[in-house]
Design a protein around this ligand. Sequence first.
Ligand code: FES
Length: 107
Amino acid sequence: MLMIEHPVLGKKVEEEITFYFNGQSLKARQGQTVAAALIANGIKKFGVSRKLFKARGLYCANGRCCSCFVTINGLEHSISCNRIVEEGMIVASTDGDPVIRSEIDGN
Ligand code: FES
């Protein structure tokens, strides 16, 4: 749910932008966090837990719990509640452990 007109603060309309979640084109308001944009589009499941594969999503909304990890523009395990959504941003659910650099390098 997006509040356009606040009873005390008045009307505030930000420019609409487009981003992508798991290949789906979605709309967001400039200045929203990625997590807020996903919730505003009805998406509550951001990924699954690494051990039990249970649904994860927004929990603390202030960068402390790590429940809202997603992959943003190829960067795995980005905290979506702290990151401002950008035009054309590519977001994907994170469904497992990140690729560790040593696995890529073979070290
Ligand atoms: S919801 Fe807790 S870190 Fe994002």
